[in-house]
Ligand binder design. Structure first.
Ligand SMILES: N[C@@H](CCC(=O)N[C@@H](CS)C(=O)NCC(=O)O)C(=O)O
Length: 210
């Protein structure tokens, strides 16, 4: 203990990406919950550019940004690989992670629902195809990077009182989401849906006020 620390926030899908990767690799770590309204001095020191969680600290050296952390974990603990061995397949995995991330960052903008649906359709048809997981039969970094979809997207949809339209529109992606949530490491490390829903409602309420 003490060698690996993770600064995170219980409701953050970005923290969860890192938690899942560490657990899948069997890496022991100490978890430091951050109060995002009163960030610790250590967090500010470790991530001075963004001042955001997650930050992984390994042997007293910080690594910030969830996708950068995932790559660091994969390089540092190569056992149970989360990226394909073939360089071309690895490049494709990184392409889809990048694609999803750019689209994920635009979720909060005025993009309408049809556009979001189009993005999800592209991911479903071009990246997932007939596979159980993005990497084939086992979970990999692409799955972890899209891991906000099954739980957070679902709870957000409920908070916004919309029907769960992805289930109807993207059946293959929906089936993937169910596979994903059944993997023990994922199933056992998801925030409580009721608590998350209350948290997202509060956030939405604050956003609507401003
Ligand atoms: N691109 C970053 C996003 C991290 C992020 O947005 N973290 C949020 C919590 S979900 C945060 O620390 N917010 C605090 C703030 O913005 O002050 C990543 O992938 O790590």
């Amino acid at each position: 203990m003490g060698e690996v620390k993770l600064h995170g926030f219980w409701a953050s899908p970005f923290s969860h990406r890192v938690i899942w990767a560490l657990k899948l690799k069997g890496v022991e770590y100490e978890y430091m919950e951050e109060d995002l309204s009163n960030k610790s001095q250590l967090l500010l020191q470790y991530n001075p550019a963004h001042k955001k969680i997650p930050v992984l600290v390994h042997r007293n050296k910080p690594v910030a940004e969830s996708l950068v952390i995932l790559e660091y974990i994969e390089e540092t603990w190569p056992e149970n690989p989360l990226l394909p061995l073939d360089a071309c397949d690895r490049a494709m995995a990184r392409f889809w992670i990048n694609f999803g991330e750019q689209k994920n960052n635009r979720r909060g903008t005025r993009e309408n629902r049809e556009e979001v649906a189009q993005i999800l359709k592209t991911i479903e048809e071009k990246a997932l195809g007939d596979n159980n997981f993005f990497g084939g039969n086992t979970l990999g970094l692409v799955d972890l990077s899209f891991g906000w979809l099954p739980h957070w997207f679902e709870v957000t949809e409920q908070v916004q009182a919309r029907s769960y339209w992805i289930r109807l529109l993207c059946r293959v992606l929906h089936a993937w989401a169910q596979n994903f949530k059944q993997v023990p490491v994922i199933r056992d490390n998801l925030p409580d849906p009721q608590k998350l829903s209350a948290h997202l409602k509060r956030l939405r309420g604050n956003l609507l006020k401003n």
